[in-house]
Structure formats: C-alpha cells, structure tokens
Design a protein. Sequence first.
Length: 75
Amino acid sequence: MDCEKNIKDYTYEEAMSELESILVKMENGEVPLDESMNNFELGMKLTARCEEILNSYERRITKIIGDKKEENFNE
C-alpha cells in the first residue's frame, strides 16, 4: 500500500486490488505473524472503504430511481 495515500482516498477498484494483494500474501502462509496481523487490520479497513463506496452508490441509485418515479408521477 502506498503509505502516502489515505484509505479514504482509495477508489473501489484500488481498494479491491489491494485486498486481493493482501489475500494472496496471507494465503501463501509465508508472512510472519506480525505482518499477517497488520495485513488483516489493513484488509478490514479496505473492506470498510469498499462498503462505504458501495453504500454511497446505492444511495445515489435510490435517489435517481425516486426522482424518476416522482417525475413520472407529475407528468
């Protein structure tokens, strides 16, 4: 992970890519315990970021659908 980049700045695709990278490292089993714990913690933060992004898109879609229904109702 780019230490300069805050998790809040990650796009969905960047966070998922980083998660996949962490998963590969952890599945190999060649990572020391301390690094595994750090990877796990980072993975949880990245997962939360992905959920945040998806929830934001879900709210936008719901609003668009609601606006469209209201528009059709007013016609």
